[in-house]
Design a protein around this ligand. Structure first.
Ligand SMILES: [Zn+2]
Length: 74
């Protein structure tokens, strides 16, 4: 029995194994962040009172965590 190769829910690319892929179940951090921001935007629109400061900080923290090479620019 073989495990099917997971597909990135964002871009449908093959997803590298969890052991070597911090962004699992996405193919890359880029897709992980795209999904995160899409999810946050949806929640924004649909359901709850907004805390823009908290949401902005969460996205920013995720961006920093995922893209350490750009941290210096910020
Ligand atoms: Zn992807």
């Amino acid at each position: 029995m073989t495990t099917p190769t997971p597909r990135c829910p964002i871009c449908k690319a093959d997803v590298p194994p969890r052991a070597v892929n911090k962004a699992y179940p996405f193919c890359t951090n880029r897709c992980r962040l795209l999904d995160l921001s899409a999810w946050m935007n949806e929640e924004y629109v649909l359901s709850r009172p907004i805390d823009p400061t908290r949401d902005a900080e969460a996205i920013e923290a995720a961006l920093r965590a995922g893209r350490p090479d750009e941290t210096e620019i910020l």
